[in-house]
Design a protein around this ligand. Structure first.
Ligand SMILES: Cc1ncc(COP(=O)(O)O)c(C=O)c1O
Length: 366
């Protein structure tokens, strides 16, 4: 029987695809072979073994890596230390709601650039860079949260060139890179950067589990050294036990096995969601995500996403309304996360959404 509430709201996987046994076994091994490091304070740069593993993954020197308590902490550190009141920061529209929140808290002046089906609109980025100095540009290159789209390689090249030309930091926020359903994701902007302008954030939240709270930054050595120092002065070190366990998962090959498992499950959920939307809400326009967790639906302009959410809750389905991801607008858009919904519940969830849409329309005829 379908659950009372089907939630397409949370950007987190359902418990059935969390690697409970693999993490338990990795924790036991970490506490066998690495217990002294795992149970001690570390430095602001994180576990040296995990730092090295990540450095190898990206083909860089370990000095260019710092491990953090999730990539959100990495972003918070970066914004706190690099963005001051009135600094102009380019953000995609829509974008991750917590990024908007953190940048607003830092007092940034947001320069919005709309998204297209292949990532940020370059004319808007170029206009923003010409209009005045940009401190930072925040870009989610793969399987965007919330938009589901992926940045094309030519746009990646252009962004890296613009960052070098105008001197802004390009923050490549890339936690979904390995959650890819159609083969490996494209080259990172970090790999393209020859001017030390790219800072890349990623995470084990999607490849292991969100509760493990391990993420990282790879960037110019001086930026990483300064951020690690601030991290050390603020909270001594990130969680060394969690990092030791993650390192075990990486070294043993369990990480790769889990990624394959998660990707197969999420791909099935994505396919079920796309099929159900095409059948039950044919008016909806969306980019089919090639990975990640999210699908962004644009509905007809007469639909108020907030009113739809109210009606949807009454039908037993939830999502996040578009305005949460926008500086302004998004009133007829919604974000559906397929990560938390087991495949057998997806069609029923979309049916409830379609019913809610009909009710909202009936209540306010055009
Ligand atoms: C684009 C983006 N950046 C950062 C994060 C934060 O991830 P973490 O769990 O590593 O802090 C998320 C999580 O949903 C995200 O979607």
């Amino acid at each position: 029987m379908a659950p009372e509430v089907i939630s397409f709201a949370r950007g987190a996987p359902s418990a059935d695809i969390l690697p409970h046994d693999a993490v338990r076994e990795a924790a036991a091994r970490a506490l066998e072979s690495d217990w002294e490091r795992a149970l001690s304070y570390g430095t602001g740069a994180g576990h040296p073994g995990l730092r090295e593993w990540i450095a190898q993954l990206h083909g860089v020197d370990p000095e260019r890596v710092m491990v953090t308590n999730g990539s959100m902490e990495a972003a918070a550190l970066l914004f706190r230390t690099r963005v001051g009141g009135g600094d102009r920061v380019l953000v995609e529209q829509p974008t991750y709601d917590r990024t908007l929140l953190l940048l607003s808290q830092a007092g940034a002046e947001l320069a919005p650039a709309p998204l297209e089906s292949d990532g940020v609109e370059m004319a808007a980025v170029e206009a923003a860079a010409e209009a005045g100095p940009l401190k930072l540009a925040h870009v989610i290159p793969n399987f965007h949260n919330p938009a589901g789209c992926t940045l094309s390689v030519p746009k990646r090249e252009r962004l890296v060139a613009l960052a070098a030309e105008h001197g802004f930091l390009l923050f490549e926020d890339d936690p979904y890179r390995l959650i890819s359903f159609e083969g490996p994701a494209g080259i990172t902007m970090l790999d393209m950067d020859e001017a030390d302008r790219v800072i890349h954030a990623s995470s084990f939240s999607k490849t292991v589990s969100p509760g493990v709270r391990v993420g990282y930054l790879v960037g110019p050595a001086d930026v990483i050294a300064s951020l690690s120092k601030t991290a050390g002065q603020t909270f001594i070190s990130p969680n060394m036990l969690a990092e030791s366990i993650v390192l075990e998962l990486c070294r043993s090959g369990e990480l790769e096995r889990n990624i394959a498992l998660v990707n197969a499950a999420l791909r099935e959920r994505r396919d079920a969601l796309v099929a159900a939307l095409e059948q039950k809400i044919p008016e909806a326009r969306f980019v089919t995500p090639a990975g990640g967790y999210f699908l962004w639906l644009d509905l007809d302009e007469d639909v108020d996403a907030v009113a739809l959410l109210d009606a949807a809750k009454r039908e037993g389905v939830t999502f996040v309304a578009g305005p949460d991801f926008m500086i302004e607008g998004g009133g007829s858009s919604i974000r559906l996360s397929f990560a938390p919904v087991p495949v057998e519940d997806v069609a029923e969830g979309v049916q409830r959404l379609a019913t809610a849409l009909e009710r909202v329309r009936a209540a306010s005829p055009a």
